[in-house]
Design a protein around this ligand. Structure first.
Ligand code: SAM
Length: 289
């Protein structure tokens, strides 16, 4: 162990843990696990297993659970340990705490009470998927899990459709088929995407293609295990607003708002909702003007 970490300064240490391969743990995270006074984990069994693999004894140190269901009850206890000058390490079940995982309220409470909050960074499925997706990495938005019902999911997808960035989403294998079909409908069937499965594990797989191709592939070979979906930017984001307005104004001369929107959305391959909203705005302006 690094001699500098034999005695850890007081504070709350957030460590990232592997998302698959157990050796994807940093030396610093192991040092912190070795030296911390108090161990806190979303899943105490997973942390114990990880520490066993790396031959780090829990010893007589407290090992407390902290998750969404006991956070309010556990926070005062953890804050009291910090106030007593203890070093406390927190690990979520896999990956980086707070990334679609608990830990946010805990970190905020530590900051509010004036305790140091320290990150020992490491794996996260979102960034791992982004880097193997083959899609642009210059600007990305992590949107976590989409709602589980189709209606709400489509509303969120419509909100995300104009974000000029690669989108990174977590999804359960139970819903991946429905999610990809909804995404194809709302964002366009030809939107480039990647389905990244079981990253860093034995059956790691990356399927790349359009949303329509990925949805079709899921129907034939349903993907199992843990999944991240990465969505490239739509071609719609390259279409200048002025082109949209010109096309809509021309179509509105002969067609209803609804028909004009349908026709232009299909021709420019833009999300129908966005085109319909713009068509309504233009029609209202035309009437007023
Ligand atoms: N905190 C974690 C992180 O930093 O990635 C995420 C925790 S979230 C509760 C679990 C979700 O992350 C899974 O449902 C899946 O979408 C994604 N995930 C976790 N491990 C993964 C892996 N090895 N391969 C693909 N996706 C993974």
């Amino acid at each position: 162990m690094n001699p500098d970490t034999q005695k850890l300064a007081a504070g709350l240490y957030l460590i990232a843990t592997p998302i698959g391969a157990a050796r994807d743990i940093t030396l610093r995270a192991l040092d912190i696990l070795t030296a911390a006074d108090v161990l806190v984990a979303e899943d105490t069994r997973s942390l114990r297993r990880l520490m066993d693999i790396h031959a780090i004894p829990v010893g007589d140190r407290p090992l407390w659970p902290y998750h969404d269901h006991n956070g309010a009850r556990m926070r005062p206890r953890i804050m009291a340990a910090l106030a007593a000058g203890k070093s406390v390490v927190y690990a979520s079940e896999a990956g980086t705490p707070m990334v679609a995982d608990p830990g946010f309220d805990l970190g905020r409470a530590a900051v509010a009470d004036g305790h140091p909050l320290i990150s020992a960074p490491g794996p996260s499925a979102a960034v791992t998927a982004l880097t193997v997706s083959g899609l642009p990495t210059d600007r990305f938005l992590f949107a976590g899990f989409l709602p589980s019902t189709s209606g709400k999911r489509k509303t969120v997808l419509a909100d995300l459709s104009e974000v000029p960035a690669t989108l990174v989403l977590y999804e359960s294998p139970k819903r991946i088929d429905a999610m990809l079909r909804d995404a194809a409908e709302v964002l366009g069937a030809d939107r480039p995407a990647a389905l990244c499965r079981e990253l860093t594990k034995k059956f790691e797989e990356v399927r790349r293609g359009t949303l329509a191709e990925l949805a079709e592939g899921c129907a034939v070979t349903p993907p199992k295990g843990e999944i991240v979906v990465v969505l490239g930017r739509g071609s719609s984001q390259d279409v200048k607003e002025i082109d949209l307005d010109r096309s809509l104004q021309a179509a509105l001369q002969d067609l209803s708002v609804r028909d004009a929107a349908d026709q232009v959305a299909a021709r420019l391959r833009l999300p129908r909702r966005r085109v319909y909203q713009r068509a309504l705005e233009l029609a209202t302006k035309n009437e007023a003007g």
